[in-house]
Write a protein that binds this ligand. Structure first.
Ligand SMILES: NC(=O)c1ccc[n+]([C@@H]2O[C@H](COP(=O)([O-])OP(=O)(O)OC[C@H]3O[C@@H](n4cnc5c(N)ncnc54)[C@H](OP(=O)(O)O)[C@@H]3O)[C@@H](O)[C@H]2O)c1
Length: 294
C-alpha cells in the first residue's frame, strides 16, 4: 500500500517521512516544489501515477500574521488545495487525512473546545483553514480532519526555536501569559496519522470525520517559554536561564488576533480511535537533544 504525503518538507511532513521508513507501506512524499496543491491538474496527474491507497495532506500556508495581507495565497493553499486533494480522493475512492487548527475558534469559551462547537475564526489563517475543513467534508466521506495546535518540531520556524534563540541573546524576555493552548510535537501528530494509516492498511474500520488532537497538559505561551528555558538549561544548552516576564496580549500586538483559550478537548479521538494525548514536554526534550547533538 502506498501513502502519498504532501508538504513533506514542513514540520509535520518531515516527521511523517522519518517515521514512515519504519513501517510496512511505501511512501511517496512530495514537497512544495514537487507538488503545488493549488494546482488541481498536477494533483490528478500525480495521483494517477502513484495510485496511493491514502493521502496525508501536510501542506499548508501557516504564516498566521502574513495571511492577513496575503489572503489570496492563504485561501488557495488552505481551502482550494484541500478541496482538490479531496476531489482526487473521491475520484480514486481513497481516504484523505487532513490537518486543521485551533485558530478556527474565537477563544471566548472558558473550557476546552469540542468538535461540535461552532467555529468563529478571528483571522484570515483560521478562516482559510475552516473553509478547507468544510471543502474536504463537502466532497468526501472517507476523511479525517485532525485539528491540532501550537505545533513545534526540530525543523522549521516555531516558538521553541525562537525562545531558545532569544534566551541566548537576552537576559529578560516578555512573553504573553493570557493565551491558553496546548503545545503539540509534530512527531506525536505524525504517530497519530500513521496509526490511522495502519488501521486502514489492516482493513480495520475507521470512524471518519473531525477530531481534535493536541499535546497535554494545556499551558500558556509564558509557561511554555519557561519550560523551554528550564529544559534547555538542564541540558546545558543555555549558560543561564533568562528572566521571563509575563505580559498581556495587549502588550504584544500582532496583525492577526489569537484566540485567548484554544484548548481542544481530545476525548473523541481517544474514544473512537483509541488515541490518547501525549505529553508535549517529551517532544520538547527530544528536539532539544536533537539540536544539541547536531
Ligand atoms: N504550525 C502550527 O503551529 C500549527 C498549529 C495548528 C495547526 N497546524 C496545521 O498543521 C499542519 C502542519 O503544519 P506545519 O507546522 O507542519 O506547517 P509548515 O511547517 O509550515 O509546513 C507546511 C508545508 O507546506 C508547504 N506548502 C505551502 N504551500 C504549499 C503548496 N501550495 N503546495 C504544497 N506545499 C505547500 C510549505 O512549503 P514552503 O515552506 O516551501 O511554502 C511547508 O513545507 C498544517 O495543516 C497547519 O495548518 C499548524
Amino acid at each position: 500500500m502506498t501513502v502519498l504525503i504532501t508538504g513533506a518538507a514542513g514540520q509535520l511532513g518531515t516527521e511523517l517521512c522519518l517515521r514512515s521508513k519504519a513501517r510496512a507501506h511505501d511512501i511517496v512524499a512530495v514537497n512544495h516544489s514537487e507538488l503545488d496543491i493549488t494546482n488541481e491538474s498536477s494533483i490528478n496527474a500525480l495521483v494517477a501515477h502513484v495510485k496511493p491507497a491514502v493521502i496525508i495532506n501536510a501542506a499548508a500556508y501557516t504564516a498566521v500574521d502574513r495571511a492577513e495581507t496575503d489572503s489570496a495565497t492563504a485561501f488557495a493553499v488552505n481551502r482550494d488545495g484541500p478541496l482538490y486533494l479531496a476531489r482526487a480522493c473521491a475520484k480514486a475512492d481513497i481516504p484523505l487525512l487532513h490537518i486543521s487548527t485551533d485558530y478556527v475558534f474565537d477563544g471566548k469559551k472558558s473550557v476546552p473546545y469540542l468538535e461540535t462547537d461552532i467555529p468563529n475564526p478571528q483571522g484570515v489563517y483560521g478562516q482559510s483553514k475552516l473553509e478547507g475543513e468544510i471543502a474536504v467534508a463537502s466532497v468526501l466521506d472517507k476523511y479525517i480532519t485532525l485539528r491540532t495546535a501550537w505545533v513545534f518540531s526540530a525543523t522549521g520556524h516555531n516558538f521553541v526555536r525562537t525562545i531558545l534563540r532569544l534566551a541566548k541573546e537576552r537576559d529578560e524576555l516578555s512573553i504573553v501569559a493570557d493565551q491558553t493552548g496546548a503545545p503539540t510535537w509534530a512527531g506525536h501528530i505524525a504517530e497519530v496519522l500513521l496509526k490511522i494509516v495502519d488501521q486502514i492498511h489492516q482493513g480495520k474500520p475507521v470512524t471518519w470525520g473531525l477530531y481534535h488532537y493536541t499535546g497535554s497538559p494545556a499551558t500558556t505561551w509564558h509557561a511554555f517559554a519557561v519550560a523551554i528555558c528550564e529544559q534547555a538549561f538542564a541540558l546545558d544548552m543555555l549558560e543561564k536561564k533568562p528572566i521571563i516576564k509575563p505580559i498581556s496580549t495587549s502588550e504584544y500586538p500582532t496583525p492577526a488576533s489569537r484566540p485567548q483559550n484554544s484548548v481542544l478537548a481530545c476525548a473523541h479521538i481517544q474514544k473512537e480511535l483509541r488515541i490518547p494525548q501525549a505529553d508535549w514536554r517529551i517532544g520538547l526534550k527530544q528536539i532539544l537533544i536533537q539540536w544539541k547533538t547536531q
